[in-house]
Each structure stands twice: as structure tokens, then as C-alpha cells.
Design a protein around this ligand. Sequence first.
Ligand SMILES: [Cu+2]
Length: 124
Amino acid sequence: MPKLPAARSPLAMHLALALTFGFMPAALLPVLAAAAAPASAPVTVKIDNFVFGPAAITVAPGTTVTWVNEDDIPHNIVADDKSFRSKVLDTDEKFSFTFTKPGEYGYFCGLHPHMTGKVIVKAG
Ligand SMILES: [Cu+2]
């Protein structure tokens, strides 16, 4: 039976292809889902006692940052490069911005320019 090994090898190759291209993406799915998770988790910056806290945050592209004014004084948020600007926030009011492009975004309070913060957008 010299023909038998040759007749079986295409089947073996077919199985190998199915294992490589059929099962590998399924095995990678949980890894990809885990890597994408941090981008969608929202981040909050609190404003209290004339301070942004945390003053500097690092987030993945696609992250929405929400500022909450927990001070009893109005404040707003103005990007150094004018890429975002909130209205004046009274106590307990919020402002959200989604950062899509990597970079460093410094910002300040338009009413109290000594109040500053920074959002660093960096891919995982
Ligand atoms: Cu202010």
C-alpha cells in the first residue's frame, strides 16, 4: 500500500489549515476584548477647592473624561489648544469630552487660570 500515506496527507493538511485559520481567531477574541476594554471605561476628574483632581490623567484613545464641579464656586474647563471648552459649571454640574487622538491636552479654568490640569491620551 504505497499510496496510502500520500492519500492521507491532503486531509492532514486540510485539518492543519482548519486549526490554524478556523480556531486561532476564536482563541484570540478574549485577548482583543480585554485590550479594548480600558478605552471605553469613562474617567472622572473632580473639581474641588480650586483644584482639578487628579490634575494629570493618562487615558486610552476613545476615552470619555467627565469633569464634575464639586466646589461651591463656579468653574469651567478650557483646553490650552481650544480643542474643548465647557460652559461655566455650577456646583454639581458636569462636562464630558471624548479624546480620540493621542497627545497631551493641557487645560485650565477660564475663571481661575491658575487652576490647571492635563489629559495624556496614549494608546495601550
Ligand atoms: Cu475655576
